[in-house]
Design a protein around this ligand. Sequence first.
Ligand code: PEP
Ligand code: MG
Length: 539
Amino acid sequence: MKRIAAKTVYKGIALGKIHVMQKSDSSVNRSRVDDPENEILRVHQSIDVAESQLQELYDKAVKEVGESNAAIFEVHQMMLRDLDYVESIENIIRTQQVNAEYAVAVTGDNFAEMFAGMDDDYMKARSADVKDISERLICCLKGGTSQGDVFKEPVIIVADDLAPSETVTLDKSKILAFVTVHGSTNSHTAILARTMNIPALIGAEMNLDELKSGMDALVNGFSGEFIIEPSEEIREEAKRNIQKEKEKQELLEQLKGKENVTLSGKKIKLYANIGSIGDLGYALENDAGGVGLFRSEFLYIGKNELPSEEEQFQIYKQAVQNMAGKKVIIRTLDIGADKQADYLNLGKEDNPALGYRAIRICLTQTDIFKTQLRALYRAAVYGNLSIMYPMIISTEEVEKIKKITAEVKQELAADNIPYKDVEEGIMIETPAAVMISDELAKMVDFFSVGTNDLTQYTLAIDRQNAKLDPFYNPHHKAILKMLQIVTDNAHKEGKWIGICGELGADPELTETFINMGVDELSVAPSAILKLRSIIRQIP
Ligand code: PEP
Ligand code: MG
């Protein structure tokens, strides 16, 4: 038995087998082989394995994100069986008498280069797909697993760190907990763990090389401990605690359908933060009054190309339809900093959090922005959709947004495509936006405060840097004063205001927010019923 201390980002207890996610080792050695035919047989066997992995991914994706988005896994299956691709691998093995891994790596590079050099944008984008399938095939040849795997049994994911793009491709129903060596409480991976209601530990002091997938372990998010091969006594105690948690949850379930109202009659809306339509189930299960933040950038990351207007339209439409009349606030693309999509070639920056991100990308690459806006206005026809814009720092930005949205609507009208006007708001997540919130309030329909970024920019504390945790005070007076300022400025103009950063779910501040006059809190779905229970006990 080994106890490893860690920091909790989401409480909960999980008991099960671990799966160690090593950064995929894509290095391949060239070695001579005596029996090329046997290597070719290995290639074909691995193609079968890779194909069945892709089929499972396809089936899961159809359920979670719809057929059009799942289609990429079908394309990968076809590419794996492409005659030219397979023949090239076989030729290299036969003529050079080399190992299968090497032949796949060379073929993958050659084909990727060939696609990248084509004029057609669609074919160019296939370059990344060839690389992807080749990596998957090499991984299968090495007897390993690759990112995006479907686990047979639910597992505790153990990793050095997890990028949001990695977390989002994992099969959520097969994850018992996350444990990482690095990471920070406000990172997007931590936010995803909270959304999915999955116990998560960061800063675990462990050497990944000493751990093997399949080992038994216990994640205790209450004590901040990761215990490898726990004793029978500890396992029994954990089982009792899991049962107690279940009972507490059952009590909270009784609050479903009840109002978020204090004993003296003050009301507040409780909405859910989601990262994909797959999370809508969590929002509905937890009785969310709506979706207060749909982080649309997760449609852009973890894939090889920009999502098309049609793909986005289908997803936003499904979101509003599933929420059946409840408000769904979709935030436009907030990519950059820790949320990267390689195909966008955003480039390396010295200060990415202060860099080319979010609305700054949308206002300069207007084709990307317009595609998303078209999809949003079209989807609005099917339900209660609102749009909000991230990282605003000036009134000029809002004016530019208004000009672009007007153009988009004109273009839709000219093409006779049905669309609907919607409520439009901005995120208040920079100190600049707070200071001019009186002017901004006149220009938009609502504010939603992104306390994660507002705190990082106000306190000059990088939200990704775990070393700064001792300096990080989420209850800093500066933030609370700012919240009061923006709330008052919104209300002066008759606009509503919500909080969609992680602070909104802090139970120690619920009463403060209600007294400030905040109209809505948008939180991880798993926090909704706990907050409802707190609100209903406030005098
Ligand atoms: C925030 O900054 O508080 C916010 C809600 O946006 P994100 O966490 O996605 O940056
Ligand atoms: Mg933000």
